[in-house]
Write a protein that binds this ligand. Sequence first.
Ligand SMILES: Nc1ncnc2c1ncn2[C@@H]1O[C@H](COP(=O)(O)OP(=O)(O)O)[C@@H](O)[C@H]1O
Ligand SMILES: [Mg+2]
Length: 259
Amino acid sequence: MGFSIAVTSGKGGVGKSSICIGLGVALAQAGFQVCLIDMDLGLKNLDVMMGLENRVFYDLMDVMEQRCSLNKAIIKDKHQQNLSLLPACKTMQTSQFNGDKFIRIVNELKNQFDYILMDTPAGIESGFLHAMHCADRMIVVTTLDVTALQDADRIIGLLMKENADKIQLIVNRCNPRYIEKGISVRLEEALNWLSIELLGIVYDEEMIVKGHNKGTPYVMDESSLTHECFKQIVATFLGEPIQIPKYRTKGFLQKFFMT
Ligand SMILES: Nc1ncnc2c1ncn2[C@@H]1O[C@H](COP(=O)(O)OP(=O)(O)O)[C@@H](O)[C@H]1O
Ligand SMILES: [Mg+2]
């Protein structure tokens, strides 16, 4: 029986979709069968970020409305054979979202996959909140910006009303230079503020943006710090003690050849 994880945030643009892809790739590399569900209608959808947009024929709404079978709508990733995607419906209104039907879809996916990762919209509305309750685990994503932390605090409060023990935190876009200069909040301060368990961090890395623009997620580069961060997050998720990978920047030559 599969395990479902909802990835959410208070503020938009903090990296939910990037975290979903990173976690999905790292879990798939660890040998698990993984399906991502795109529920977010942000600027960029998972299909584009994963380079799968030309392979989308059916989406989540088609499955919900029984216009196609679940298996017809699921697309296999090009690079990672254990990774699949159920794409978002680009025209879906939040009012059309049916929580009960969604939960049935997630339960059906649990028969085929080890992990189901849901990329949810930011600032949850009631239909989504309902759907979120079918998640076995909830991961809140934030950056170290004050506004992102404030919004994360609010969403954690909402989620905690029902499922306090199932929520974990990923801090994205950590930039040690910004922390040093006092532009970003320090990690310890953020953890004191939100007071939920930390699953791990991902450093700010411009290659992540480039990778998504090219449709080849940077986490797949096994020599990258991003890969190390997600591998560590998966290890912590699977029960190992938390470890924060040491920050390192690329040398000039390495940067030159990678761009
Ligand atoms: N760790 C990171 N380092 C640098 N850029 C990042 C990182 N995580 C996300 N981004 C970039 O930030 C933007 C927003 O990320 P995205 O995952 O789409 O956020 P959300 O799904 O929360 O709206 C994208 O351009 C993405 O490539
Ligand atoms: Mg998104």
